[in-house]
Design a protein around this ligand. Structure first.
Ligand code: NAI
Ligand code: MG
Length: 439
């Protein structure tokens, strides 16, 4: 027996979206010098949500100067006082969690279930966590009397807009830095709501500055001589470009780039649990996850049984209105990303892999891609090598544990991996031989 789901939409009433947003510099919202704007849309409906200020070199310059002014106050403040501001920001984020969740879902396309239960609570938790570190840095294992970098430039992607902001801003502030942050061009709205939270928390002017714009705006931040450190999360190509620009300047740099994570399933794995892990690994957040389990390595003798179970599970996945609380898979973040996913999946067809897609109704408007896997994938196929960053899984079989390791490690990436087996010793053996940061 199957049940039909009635729609259960979350109300948009809690959110107020301004028609035009300015830059957040020195604690105030200021218009960009050129007066230029761009639009951000809701990728589930293609409706324009707002016009956003387009920041250029002169605006970045202004933001860096504001951050340098802010540093005079912030870096001299007693660490416990800095911590109090972070606690205050965390609490306001919790109080306004529903507003953040709805806004994030509208601007990004991801399901409200995820923004409500994951993105926003984790963002607040991150501020709470780093608030606790602010006065304990002497004990953080970085030596006596740790010093801030100064002004930090932070460039973030669109897949977890507020969470990536939290990962960047909270630790930088806790350690006494001030920041100039650029959100991704398709998802600036929660960062701009966060700017309002900074005002509400009475954060000293210039400690957080937000300059909206595109890659050129990001490059202006990277190349600004007044910035002491760059933190970037996004594509590998842009990461390489940034590494080259920063080389030799004395600026600090952290990069968090792409992935092609292997999820390895051995013959003794509990298959129903494994299927849940596979689904979470590749279909969570429409597959827009750097540590997604995008390569499924299955021991050959259980492949048919596992894939049958996976197909059955995929037929239960609900794709559609991201604001509906029943929705599992929302919209692809942008037309460009949808084109990239479509192109790479087509290369799977032409290179000889076999496609299975869950049959779901694709809404008439917006950007969507059905949950899909490919079998018959070889190591040479593009879908085995390139980051698709969408709900598309490449299934590769293996016969021996050694072969699984060789195939899993045959990638230039190394962010993450997963292991499914009943045997503790096999988990440890596999983890030891995998070349990945998090297993
Ligand atoms: P992207 O790397 O171009 O964008 C990420 C951020 O960098 C955005 O804020 C963007 O404005 C900024 N940016 C772009 N060019 C820049 C430059 N030259 N200097 C400084 N900042 C710059 O990523 P995009 O184009 O949105 O996505 C393309 C592909 O990248 C995706 O299909 C996916 O494969 C990968 N990606 C990976 C992410 C991850 O977390 N691993 C996150 C986002 C994208
Ligand atoms: Mg948008």
């Amino acid at each position: 027996m199957t049940f039909e789901y009635s729609s259960a939409p979350e109300s948009k009433a809690i959110v107020t979206i301004d028609p035009v947003y300015k830059l957040f510099i020195g604690g105030k919202f200021v218009a960009p010098k050129s007066g230029k704007t761009f639009t951000t849309i809701n990728p589930a409906t293609e409706e324009v949500l707002a016009k956003i200020a387009y920041g250029e070199k002169t605006d970045v310059d202004k933001a860096v100067k504001a951050a340098q002014e802010g540093l005079k106050v912030w870096s001299k403040m007693a660490p416990s006082e800095r911590g109090k501001y972070l606690y205050r920001i965390a609490r306001i984020m919790q109080e306004r969690a529903r507003e953040f969740a709805v806004l994030e879902t509208m601007d990004n396309g991801k399901p409200i279930r995820e923004t409500r239960d994951i993105d926003i609570p984790l963002s607040a938790a991150h501020f709470f966590y780093h608030a606790g570190w602010a006065d304990k840095l002497e004990h953080a294992g970085v030596g006596n009397n740790p010093k801030p970098y100064g002004v930090v430039g932070q460039i973030i992607p669109w897949n977890f807009p507020l969470l990536m902001l939290a990962w960047k801003v909270a630790p930088a502030l806790a350690t006494g830095n001030t920041v100039v942050l650029k959100p991704a061009e398709t998802t600036p709205l929660t960062a701009l709501l966060f700017a309002q939270v900074c005002q509400q928390a009475e954060l000293p002017a210039g400690v957080v500055n937000i300059v909206t714009g595109d890659g050129a705006t990001g490059a202006a931040i990277v190349n600004h001589p007044g910035i002491n450190k760059i933190a970037f999360t996004g594509s590998t190509d842009v990461g390489k470009l940034i590494a080259r620009s920063v080389a030799g300047t004395g600026k600090g740099l952290t990069l968090e780039l792409g992935g092609k994570g292997a999820n390895i399933v051995f013959e003794d794995a509990p298959l129903d649990e494994t299927v849940e892990g596979i689904v979470n690994g590749i279909f969570f957040n429409q597959g827009h996850v750097c540590c997604a389990g995008s390569r499924l390595l299955v021991q050959e003798n259980i492949q048919d049984e596992l894939l049958e179970k996976l197909k059955r599970r995929m037929s239960q996945i609900r794709l559609g209105d991201p604001l509906d609380k029943n929705t599992d898979i929302g919209a692809i973040n942008s037309r460009e990303q949808l084109e990239k996913i479509t192109e790479l999946a087509l290369s799977g067809d032409t290179e000889g892999a076999e496609r299975f897609s869950a049959s779901c109704t694709i809404p008439a408007k917006g950007f969507w891609y059905p949950p899909t896997f490919f079998t018959g994938v070889t190591q040479a196929h593009r879908i085995a090598r390139e980051e698709i960053f969408g709900p598309v899984l490449s299934v590769i079989s293996f016969r021996t544990p050694q072969e699984a390791i060789e195939k899993a490690n045959n990638t230039p990436f190394g962010l993450s991996a997963g292991v499914w087996t009943d045997k503790g010793s096999r988990i440890l053996w596999t983890a030891k031989h995998l070349r990945a940061g998090v297993i």
